[in-house]
Every structure is written in C-alpha cells, then in structure tokens.
Ligand binder design. Sequence first.
Ligand code: NDP
Length: 398
Amino acid sequence: MAKILCVLYDDPVEGYPQSYARQDLPKLERYPDGQLLPTPKNIDFKPGDLLGSVSGELGLRKFLESSGHTFVVTTDKDGPNSVFEKELSDADIIISQPFWPAYLTAERISKAKNLKLAITAGIGSDHVDLQSAINKGITVAEITYCNSISVAEHVVMLILSLVHNYIPSYQWVIKEGWNIADCVARAYDIEGMTIGSISAGRIGLGVLKRLKPFDVKLHYTERHRLPEKIEKELGLTYHDNVESMVSICDVVTINCPLYPETEHLFNDKLIAKMKRGAYLVNTARGKICDRDAVVRALESGQLAGYAGDVWFPQPPPKDHPWRTMPHHGMTPHVAGTTLSAQARYSAGVREILECWFENRPIRNEYLIVDKGKLAGTGAHSYSAGNVTGGSEEAAKYK
Ligand code: NDP
C-alpha cells in the first residue's frame, strides 16, 4: 500500500462553497489536436465543484482509501517545519499543483527515500528539480492539455485588458467616479498591432488561433517550427530567435515552459530590444522574467504594461514588487485552475494513479521524466536541469 502526499491551495476564506454559480460544464471529449480528455475508470466528484483546494482533495480520498492507501492532504508546504516537509520522508507519491507548488528541491528529494512518482495536477513541472528526479529514477507526470485552453483564453483576456486599460477603468467605478479621460488616456485598440508568441505549443497555438479574428499581425518563435499549412491558415510569421521577434512586436505573450535556458530570458537586455511601449503578458512562469527588470521597464515606460498570473516564488512575499509596480494586471496563479480545468486535471490525476497502481503505462503525453530521462512531453518541451533555486523564499509569505 502506498502513501500519497498531496499539497493543495487553501479553501476560500469564507469556507468551502455550498453552491455554485453554474449548474453544469460543457461536455468535451477531445482537445483541439485530437488528444482524448482524461479517461479514468471512474470519478468520485461532480465536475464543476471546487476540487483544487484542500477540502476538494481532487476528489481522490474515496478511491485511494478504499484501496487501502494512505492519503495526506495539506496546504502547509513551505519551510522545514511544514506538514509537507514532515510527511515527505515516507511518501511514495507526491501530488502538487503549479498554483501552490510544493517545491521538490534536491534536498527534499533526498529526504523522500520512498518517492517514486511526482504528479503535477496541472501543467508545468518546473517546481520539481527535474535533474534530481532524473538522477533518482523518479517518474514525473503532468496532465498535458488539461488547462492549456483555459490559459489561452486568459491570455487573450489579459492582452485586451492591458491594451484597453480595463482594470484602471473598473477601479474608477469602484471609486464612485466617472473619469473617462483618466480611463482612456492609456487606452488603445489591438487591431493592426503586431503580436508575438514565445512558443506555439498547446497554449501558444491556442492564443494565436484566438487572436486571428482580431485583425492583428501574428508572429511566433519556437524550437520546432509549425507545419506550413498552419502558418498559412493563421497568417503566422516565424522567427528562429526571440530577439528578432520581440523587436517588432507591440504585444509579446510568453507561453514556453520554464527550464534552465528560459530562466530570466526576459532580462534588462532583452526587454531593451523590445519596442518602446510594448506590452508583455506572461502566464507561463514568473521566473522566465527577471523580477526587477520588469519593474524598471514599467517605471521607465519601456513597457506600457505587464500582466500575468505567475510569480516566483509562489506564494510571493507580501512585499514582492510586482504587487505594486505601475501599469500591471497581475493576479494570483489562477488561469489554469478554473472549475472547468479542475474537473479535467482531477480526472487526469486519477487516471495516472489508476495506471500506476495497476502497472499499466502512463500515457506518453503525460510524461515529463521517466526511467532516468526526459520522456514524452518532457522530451519535446523541456530541457533537463533545475530551476527551483530560491524557492525557499516562499516560506516568507507565512
Ligand atoms: P506545451 O508543451 O504544449 O508547449 C510548450 C511549447 O514551448 C512547446 O511547443 C515547446 O516547443 C515550446 N518551447 C520550449 N522552449 C522554447 C523556447 N525557448 N522558445 C520558444 N518556444 C519554446 O505546453 P503548454 O502550451 O500546455 O504549456 C506551456 C507552459 O505554460 C507550461 O510549461 C507552464 O509553464 C505554463 N502553464 C501555465 C498555466 C497557468 O495557469 N498560468 C497553466 C498551464 C501551463 P519546442 O520545443 O518545439 O520549441
């Protein structure tokens, strides 16, 4: 029997919901590239319920305990005295989320003597030291595609919000004002703008497709170029390097994973190569941007706006400068954890666990690390190494 240690974000401050805004979710069977949605044998939750917070338990308790496994769920993940750190030593399987990541550093992995499987309930396994997982033969798997479209929709929302100056205008209403000139002094249309995506993977391509009807000029950069047919359909211009793309864009959206080569990719030097007054939208990972370089660029006007939902570390300290920098549209990490996405990633975690316990192979597209090397999506989208350095700062939030 296994011990499964699961780290989830806190319940709402007013308690676990008793009712929901909507009665059902649209039924999807396949993702846009034809990949099947998660196919567990069974689920013990109602799609549309809050599953990602600690009382929701990803709907896994009945399934795990009825098979005799031990299931520990906590929010307390940072610092040496955290429940996570104490429960780690005999855990066989760890489940964590990018939104509230239980950072699996080399030090923690070396303490977790029984650890064989680390599941990301979402997409993006950079909170795991992938190099240590490779070295120790730990399998790392995530629920590929579960929230890619949630994020693509969110990116389009952020681009429009920044360029149309939505958030400050909303705030004038709350302040009981009617200050139209204040609202529009920074408001533009995206029509005719040049918008570039760092990556045209599941999210990046989803963003490009959704932006096409806005009559903008679409650009992208990737390590593996898209088929010519897709480029033609969407009118995409390909760049084989990030510098050439960002130098002509009015808006840049970051949609690649975080790994050693993309850590702090957007530093002072790269931001200086962007058009003055460009907008930067980052829903990929906070650490792809240099924290202070972003603040400097907003203060100087090099960037007209910055928005996203990803920070480093998570949660960020209360004095993190992205909370107070000018012209930002930051939220906590929420894009990929809509109630719609939660139903998919909870079912995906269950599918992976069923496969693991029944000795069936985990879908190749879910694999990031397996048998001592990058595998599946990990082999395509990531490179090996470790980007968890500095994650201990998350303890400062407490
Ligand atoms: P995919 O694996 O489908 O896409 C990632 C793409 O990035 C791949 O196509 C990869 O292609 C490309 N890529 C890798 N390195 C580079 C690079 N240096 N420059 C340009 N492109 C690069 O994953 P998703 O699109 O589903 O997710 C992408 C990332 O978004 C996740 O890793 C995660 O960090 C983040 N995310 C955020 C969420 C949120 O809630 N905010 C939720 C879900 C994901 P190639 O190797 O061919 O270049």
